[in-house]
Ligand binder design. Sequence first.
Ligand code: AMP
Ligand code: ZN
Length: 439
Amino acid sequence: MDNNSPYLHPQYETLSREEISQLQAERLQQTVKRCYENVPFYQQKFKEMGITPDDIKTAADVRKLPFTTKQDLRDTYPFGMAAVPLRDCVRLHSSSGTTGNPTVILHTQKDLDEWANQVARNLWMVGLRPDDVFQNSSGYGMFTGGLGFQYGAERLGMLTVPAAAGNSLRQIKFMKDFGTTAVHAVPSYVTRLYEVMQEQGVDPRRDTKLRVLAIGAEPHSEEQRQRIEQMMGVKAYNSFGMSEMCGPGVGFECPEQNGLHFWEDYYIVEIVNPETLEPVPDGEIGELVLTTLCREAMPLLRYRTRDLTRVLGHSCPCGRNHVRLDRMRGRSDDMMVLRGVNIFPIQIEKILMTFPELANNYLITLTTDDDNDNMTVEVELAEMFTDDFGRLQKLNKDITRALKDEILLTPRVKLVAKGTLPVSEGKAVRVVDKRKVYQ
Ligand code: AMP
Ligand code: ZN
């Protein structure tokens, strides 16, 4: 592995499992002490559970600690979880709450430095170097995908183009004019960009120098990734992040593209059964729980992310031993329950993406009609052949059958013209639930 990277502590990237455990034990002890001494919320929890920082000796002792939930962050809004005086903080990020208070995450300068290192580590891992030109199409501001990638890409030493969200024509012009080689975008936006490129007669392979995409911030299927790679003529790497854990940089795919390495020098990773909160065996799906190990301003113990995934392994042909997690299946709150069947939007996406006749944008609507709950899947056609009714009908039937095989219910499928469904600048909205709720 090339260790001449300009970010800090590359030596942690290739630690053995034993070394990782050792480092985690040390860092967990410090983190727990910090929480206990400075955060009344945790002090109270420790007292209730009858534990003190002295009870934490190994990384596995993390299981003795209390969980932290999004609700806890809301209840202590805005600064109740701070472990340092506000004067030592230099930035806050806030994730939008659709209900109630948003959550606030505080950062010291050291926290921001470490975050930049994490992102730089990921970008370096997938072959980006100071000669690359990095364009970020995330919103800058409270959304961490903007500043998070910005500082990480600068730390690596690339020329950065903080294009920010939206304005696809300008994005494409920048890519061409500035020789952009790498882009960060949410996957649903990449497909939008490609459509605009097509409308403009721009061929990304011929007219741009793009070679790497970091795609993340929202669930997407392997099929979607492959489509993106083909369309754009690039390698697309899955990037996982969440504001509560800094933002982007928490987990990233290596060139093997066999799951996301979650950085265990920064986090303790647990996968638990969301009902019992007990650990699940490797390979089994459960809720991702993360404990920060390097955070000064706002350390979080056993944070319940609500993201569902599983452990794929602890070693990798790339030489890194940091745990590999499967792509997120979605959040437990994304799961739709329709007539008693549990369905994730990504299951629908996976099927739709296998039909070359379909474009990438789709919308799932749940309704109650005559007291029955139904699902309608609207999906855009890749090309116009609305005049060929027979072909459309057959396609519709094939899609419906394939979806039924996957989700065990028969949805209504509506094929719509390209550009008809709404496109969001940030994370895509895939599900609209209009069902009547019966008490
Ligand atoms: P936010 O804190 O607003 O950035 O949202 C974080 C959430 O976005 C995570 O908890 C995940 O649900 C989702 N997310 C982020 N990255 C990915 C990814 N690569 N794949 C699937 N979901 C993701
Ligand atoms: Zn790897």
